[in-house]
Design a protein around this ligand. Structure first.
Ligand code: IVH
Length: 677
């Protein structure tokens, strides 16, 4: 102990208090006091001190969230006070009955009121937990279990940043049991599943399972990777602290002690107040960052709560008003494939219509073939479908016990259901795609937008809106059709003046004169960007040999690996695409023949090491670098004896000076431009 300088000891204390204050502002007030980098810096500073003097580490230090040895089992913990459950109502009639019964009971207890005050809170769809603080320090956390006894998940709860390891405001009551709900925010849940899907791993069925599953990890490092959060809403045992006189005061006290509470909680009056809250939150539900499955109304006054008491395991002073179920059971009649704007084929289950999440659902997405195979969905299967908020309904899982004999498996079609082109599915990808590209009507708008874009054919004035109109009016199917448009046709479109129509036709005319790399890029072959187009153009020189190239020919081109080679080959093998290319050329699209590749030694800056400095006016530094490389130069960042040439723009400084000192040749930007031209 004495080996620790007192300055370090004080510093650690100051840092801990500061981090706790930052945590409070971030999690409880939802109003960060400092940017993330400042927070991280403080944590790292504290970590450094603790690493040097491990005896300074306290269990409630903000650095001690993970880093415990994995557990071998979950210890049973007895709750100090039992964790109750809630009774449910499913309609406004049932809710009205409930409210009437509350008033009658209060009457009988000589606590008559005109209207009951309730606190309404969202019913969070997560996992209930109970945390014990002794002397203000978090010591034990448990799952709800059977309500009397749960499992010790202290190590996992510590990893949730919004769980205070010490109470705020210097409070140190002897013992406090705090209850809340751990949940996985929707965004985190989606991202987590998306990643799992990409890796071919198991996905979570819903955010509630995700939260519960994440808490049941023996290794806290696993839990720490899950995006969990928590809202607190109740107290259990309470020693050394006065119990508040109402639920609204309780929520305020929780916040005061550093516990995050749900910002949607509201004090309301009477049955009508409950109903208004319910309707409002139901509308708002899709915008909430977390999943809820109803509303909880709690009689606000502690005195009234006491008078109302309990029935078996649920209090009479609270009730859950549930939303319509978001999951239902139904039968898969068929699976069809939809083609998206990028050509991706999405399997869609056609369902026996079922009422779920407040609407009738007859289609549900199966995402991709990997999902179909993992879930093993077959025609005629009974499945669980889920519709959460405005999210597209999805098939969650199959109930194998209900499978009819001989249920057929889902097969990926070999031809695009929209255009009949081939469907490609590379091994690395879960997604299957139509290679129809330019030809497939499902991909038409996307393909045309790309075709017209600046780095492709650069057709001024032909934007997404106009393309939508042209396709919707069926004036354009393929890029070649663009070059057959008549002035009246374009001018006849809504919100199209004669003048702007003429401008578009001019732009089309101008775009006919292009370059081979631009043309290739414009075709929109998968994963063939500008660089690859350049490489293909200079390697093959013209379209005929490229069209005929084998995959082996293609992989010998720089920037082209086996995957891209496959895309290129598939594209040119498709007869529709060949037709579109022929039509484009026939309509006048042309480019200068590629020059015979320049002999290496002929390049003007061949083998020279060049440094750019200062601000260039005619081009960006990236462009200049690309130009210089094309002239054979090696472009580096710093001036040394091995530098051959320095090109200096405006305000060139130390590099130019150094070049002068070393006697290196220096050029102005103009000199470079002369060389380029
Ligand atoms: S209060 C008497 N408040 O619902 C107190 N519970 O069906 C009982 N829940 O196990 C809990 N959101 O997991 C309460 N705002 C909220 C809640 C909530 C979700 C869950 C909790 C509980 C279950 C009871």
């Amino acid at each position: 102990m004495s080996s620790v300088p007192s300055s370090d000891r004080e510093k650690a204390q100051v840092l801990r208090d500061r981090i706790r204050r930052y945590d409070y502002a971030y999690h409880v007030l939802d109003d960060p006091e400092v940017p993330d980098v400042v927070y991280d810096r403080s944590v790292r500073e504290l970590q450094a001190i603790e690493a040097e003097h491990p005896e300074l580490i306290t269990p409630d230090s903000p650095t001690q969230r993970v880093g415990f040895e994995p557990q071998t089992e979950f210890r049973e913990v007895e709750h100090l006070l039992p964790m109750l459950s809630l009774d449910n109502v499913f309609s406004s009639e049932e809710l009205e009955d409930y409210d009437r019964r509350v008033k009658e009971r209060l009457d009988r207890a000589d606590l008559s009121v005109d209207e009951v005050e309730y606190v309404a809170e969202p019913k969070l769809d997560g996992a209930a937990v109970s945390l014990i603080y002794e002397g203000g320090v978090f010591v034990t956390g448990a799952t709800r279990g059977d309500g009397r006894q749960g499992e010790d998940i202290t190590h996992n709860l510590r990893t949730i940043a919004a769980v205070p390891l010490r109470l705020a405001g210097g409070r140190e009551p002897a013992r406090l049991e705090v209850r809340g709900e751990v949940y996985m925010p929707k965004e985190g849940f989606e991202a987590f599943n998306e990643k799992a899907r990409e890796r071919g791993e198991k996905t979570f069925v819903n955010p509630r399972n995700a939260a519960a599953g994440s808490l049941r990890q023996l290794d806290a490092r696993m839990t720490a990777l899950r995006p969990l959060d928590i809202f607190f809403y109740a107290l259990g045992a309470c020693e050394g602290l006065e119990m508040p006189g109402s639920q609204s005061e309780l929520l305020a006290l929780l916040r005061d002690m550093g516990f995050r509470t749900c910002p949607e909680a509201e004090l309301i009056v009477g049955f009508l107040g409950c109903l208004a809250y319910y309707e409002n939150i139901l509308k708002y539900r899709a915008n909430l960052p977390y999943e809820i499955d109803g509303v909880v109304y709690k009689v606000n006054s502690a005195r009234q709560q006491e008078a109302l008491g309990f029935v078996s395991r649920a209090p009479r002073w609270a009730i859950a008003h549930k939303f319509p179920a978001q999951e239902e059971m139904t039968v898969v009649k068929n699976v069809e494939f939809q083609v998206g704007r990028t050509g991706a084929l999405t399997p869609v289950a056609r369902l026996e219509p079922v009422f779920v999440g407040g609407v009738t659902v007859s289609n549900a997405t199966l995402h991709n073939m990997d999902e179909v195979e993992r879930k093993d969905v077959r025609l005629g299967d009974t499945v669980i479908v889920r519709r959460a908020g405005d999210v597209i309904p999805e098939v969650v899982k199959v109930l194998p016990d209900h499978r009819p004999k001989g249920a057929r498996r889902v097969k990926l079609p070999r031809k695009c259901p929209v255009c009949g082109s081939a469907v490609e599915r590379t091994e690395a990808e879960a997604v299957a795609r139509c290679v129809g590209g330019l030809y497939c009507s499902a991909q038409r708008k996307e393909a045309l937008q790309h075709f017209a874009s600046r780095k492709a054919m650069n057709i001024d004035g032909l934007g997404a809106k106009l393309i939508d109109q042209l396709v919707d009016a069926d004036l354009v199917r393929t890029p070649a059709d663009l070059y057959g448009l008549a002035l009246e046709q374009v001018a006849g479109l809504e919100r199209m003046a004669e003048k702007s129509a003429a401008n578009v036709l001019d732009a089309l005319e101008r775009s006919k004169q292009t370059t081979f790399p631009r043309f290739l890029y414009a075709l929109g072959i998968r994963e063939v960007g500008e660089t690859t187009s350049q490489a293909l153009a200079s390697h093959f020189g013209s379209i005929a040999p490229l069209t005929a190239a084998s995959e082996a020919d293609l992989v010998s081109v720089p920037h082209v690996g086996p995957i891209v080679a496959g895309h290129v080959r598939n594209f040119f093998q498709e007869a529709h695409n060949q037709q579109v290319i022929a039509d484009l050329i026939e309509r006048g699209v042309h480019w200068p023949d590629a020059q015979a590749p320049v002999e290496k030694g002929d390049l003007p800056l061949d083998g020279k090491t060049v440094v750019l400095t200062g601000t260039l006016s005619a081009m960006t530094r990236e462009e200049a670098t690309a130009r210089l490389r094309a002239l054979g130069a090696k472009v580096t960042g710093s001036v040394s004896r091995s530098t051959d040439l320095v090109i200096a723009g405006e305000n060139a400084g130390s590099k130019l000076k150094k070049a002068g000192e070393l006697g290196i040749e220096c050029w102005s930007e103009e000199q470079l431009l002369v060389l380029i031209s």
